[in-house]
Write a protein that binds this ligand. Structure first.
Ligand code: EPZ
Length: 431
């Protein structure tokens, strides 16, 4: 199993190109199941989750082709992938595939909408809480599907097609909104989603669906109306930049000090996190090209944070912010309101000498100026990268184990950080 070795203490200086967003790429790829025409996605990141979803979608009948590198194109430029689901050959999504990536459960919506039935294994995914799918199932039932659970599989049926309906989400759910949008796009009549998620990735999916011929009003708002159409066509779409990757490198630069340009990052996708970073004493300049993040040798100021659905502070940056706060010159409280068990990084951060106490849904972080390198274990995707950030700022050597979590969501992590002066290398199994 690969490990990442980091010798901390170097400030980060340079440019980091931000990749296409994993959490937009996944639903965009799944939307290709809605049509027999070709959906072309540009700027698709090279990530383990993307490759796994390619396998899952191929299983249902999606043909793929990937463009080669073009003249003058950077080695790290995102990929252009053409996907065509001319015919759905299998409406069953088996446990072996779905258990490895939670988002693949979302195939239930296009399979049901297009074929009138789907049998999809209940999902697995990161160990960050119980993560039920009741709201996704509620949305499909509202649209007229019958839902049964059989031997660990969700069996959804709508032999006469889905019908538009009012769907009230009692809680904001990104996956629930993706599923409802995809299913409603091919339902008969009008669907209204109340309390829909407003994450930029939801807006990206809406943009693609509209290009495919869907009739959607209120995209990016919490009430969305969809007039179903009989069929959707092909489209070409560019995956939006990854705001969580950008926020992660912003936290890294804030922690190590230095001057980093996050090429392609968009401030409007990250405003809550940028506002907090400014309060910690980090300088931020936003432009159309990206974000410049600077911190000189001054102290990191402690700031309290609570995660919230967009436009609030993202849960996917909570662990990284906690790493930053371990070096603040005072006490901060970090409250997790989205997932009940997303504090797996606390015990690993403690190995660097961080002082963190858990208090219900909050972590109380007593900042101290010096962290010491240590062997640590990655637990989930964002927790893992918080350990990388802490290691970059810690004195001496750290070894991050189980880095396959990082490969799920961070493209070329060592190369991007290494180019900015970090002492970081991947040791493969034998190394
Ligand atoms: C998406 O997960 C992201 N995943 C997560 O990123 C992200 O943390 C999360 O949204 C919140 O922003 C992808 O986009 C692939 P939710 P999702 O449904 O859609 C509860 C990462 O590291 N809930 O918005 O699964 C749920 O338990 C990942 O990239 C129900 O109760 O999240 C949670 O408390 C991790 N019933 C809250 O809603 C349901 O049926 C929000 O979850 C569905 C969700």
């Amino acid at each position: 199993m690969d490990r990442i070795r980091i010798v901390g203490g170097n400030p980060l200086n340079g440019t980091i190109p931000i990749s296409g967003a994993k959490n937009a790429a996944l639903p965009l790829m799944i939307a290709s199941l809605l049509t027999d025409r070709t959906v072309t996605l540009e700027n698709l990141p090279r990530l383990a989750d993307v490759s796994l979803l390619v396998r899952i979608l191929s299983h249902h009948g999606v043909d793929y082709s990937i463009d080669g590198r073009r003249q003058g194109e950077e080695q790290d430029a995102g990929q252009t992938v053409h996907m065509t689901a001319r015919e759905i050959v299998d409406t069953v999504a088996p446990y072996e595939l779905v258990s490895r990536m939670r988002a693949s459960f979302w195939v239930v919506a296009p399979l049901l909408a297009r074929c009138g039935e789907a049998r999809v294994s209940l999902p697995g995914g990161c160990a960050i809480g119980t993560r039920p799918v009741d709201l996704l199932l509620m949305a499909m039932e509202r649209l007229g599907a019958s839902i049964e659970i059989d031997a660990g599989y969700v069996v959804a049926k709508a032999p006469k097609g889905l019908r538009g309906a009012e769907i009230n989400f009692p809680k904001v759910t990104v996956g629930g909104t993706h599923v409802a949008l995809m299913a409603a796009a091919l339902a008969q009549g009008t669907t209204v989603l109340h309390n829909a998620a407003r994450e930029p990735e939801v807006l990206d999916l809406t943009d693609l669906l509209v290009k495919m011929g869907a009739k959607i009003r209120g995209a990016g708002q919490s009430t969305i109306e969809i007039d179903g159409v009989a069929r959707l066509g092909g489209a070409k779409h560019r995956v939006l930049p990854d705001r969580i990757e950008a926020g992660t490198y912003a936290m890294a630069a804030a922690m190590t000090g230095g001057d980093v340009f996050l090429q392609g990052a968009r401030a409007e996708h990250l405003q809550a996190a940028l506002d907090i970073l400014i309060q910690t004493g980090t300088q931020i300049d936003a432009s159309d090209e990206g974000l410049r993040i600077r911190r000189d040798g001054g102290a990191i100021l402690p700031v309290d944070v609570a995660t919230a659905p967009f436009p609030g502070f993202p849960t996917d940056l909570q662990a990284q912010f906690m790493a930053l706060m371990t070096r603040a010159n005072g006490v901060s409280r970090i409250t997790e309101t989205i997932f009940e068990n997303r504090f797996m990084h606390v015990q690993e951060l403690a190995r660097f000498g961080a002082r963190i106490k858990l208090d219900g849904d909050s972590a109380i972080v007593e900042g101290r100026r010096v962290l010491k390198g240590a062997p640590v274990m990655a637990t989930d995707l964002r927790a893992s990268v918080s350990l990388v950030i802490a290691a970059l700022a810690a004195e001496g050597e750290s070894m991050v184990q189980r880095v396959y979590h990082l490969d799920r969501g961070f493209e070329a992590l060592e190369r991007k950080l290494g180019r900015c002066g970090a002492d970081i290398e991947r040791l493969s199994s034998g190394g």
